[in-house]
Design a protein around this ligand. Structure first.
Ligand code: MLT
Length: 264
């Protein structure tokens, strides 16, 4: 594990001379959710994973986070590692960060991969759900909130057929600091809508969505893709919101095809 100046924990695998790819995990997870993709791609790519501020090994600080601050952290990481035109791959909250970063500094990236995410900001109902989550963490501690949230991310098929995958992710998520969890909830509730930038994206974009994703369902992601000129959509069977861990083989195949076509 390496630390940026601002206490962001990051991890690298592969040869620094290969094309770089940065993976950004979702909420309330950590860099380990990309383990299968890193193992699969590290021979051909320089793979970088990190823990978003406040989650995993990255310090929660005062818990006052914004998505823009997360995009700043990503830029710091690119600078620290001297990465030239990395591919950026984000899942859900990681996708919010990737989309905001592309809106702010698209010319720093060579391609964008969006997994189980959306460009729309929270509506009032979603904001109130975040508020209820913060209230529940304050009154009952983080365990119930994390358990319920993580359960809702998985396809019921995965929980039934691969319980060990669900349990590992749940147990890792339960180690998160409550201040970091609440900071991420506030950042997501306050995020801007990146939809108006979709039509302006010039780099190639891959969209990946689990067929049983109820948080960012396939229809939502298809319509996201329809607004991006150079994009393609892949539906992942046997997966909910956490495609890279629920069906790593199919996600890896989709990454291989897309990267083979667009990255030399
Ligand atoms: C995530 O997986 O990052 C979350 O589902 C994002 C969200 O709650 O909006």
């Amino acid at each position: 594990m390496n630390l940026l100046k601002n206490q962001i924990a990051y991890f690298t695998s592969g040869n620094k001379n290969n094309s770089p790819i940065i993976f950004i995990h979702g909420f309330p997870f950590d860099h380990e959710m990309w383990r299968h993709q890193v193992i699969y791609l590290q021979k051909k790519f320089f793979c970088v994973t990190y823990d978003i501020r406040g989650l995993g090994n990255s310090a929660p600080g005062d818990g006052q986070f914004t998505i823009d601050m997360f995009a700043d952290d990503l830029e710091d990481l690119i600078d620290e590692l001297d990465l030239v035109k990395p591919i950026i791959c984000g899942l859900s909250m990681g996708g919010y960060i990737a989309l905001r970063a592309v809106e702010r500094f698209e010319n720093k990236f060579s391609a964008l991969i969006l997994c189980d995410t959306k460009s729309a900001a929270d509506n009032d109902e979603a904001k109130l759900k975040r508020a209820a989550g913060i209230k529940s963490i304050n009154s009952d501690g983080a365990e119930k909130f994390v358990r319920d949230f993580v359960t809702g991310c998985f396809s019921p098929k995965t929980i039934k057929n691969k319980p060990e995958v669900f349990i590992e992710i749940l147990n890792r998520s339960l180690t998160n600091n409550p201040t970091g969890l609440k900071g991420c909830l506030l950042a997501m509730a306050a995020r801007t809508d990146t939809t108006s930038y979709l039509a302006k994206i010039k780099i190639p974009v891959l969209l990946i969505c689990g067929e049983d994703d109820t948080l960012t369902p396939p229809d939502v992601m298809k319509s996201l893709g329809a607004q991006i000129p150079n994009s393609e959509f892949v539906l992942i069977p046997q997966a909910g919101h956490l495609t890279p861990v629920e069906n790593p083989e199919k996600v890896n195949m989709a990454l291989k095809k897309f990267l083979g076509r667009h990255i030399s």
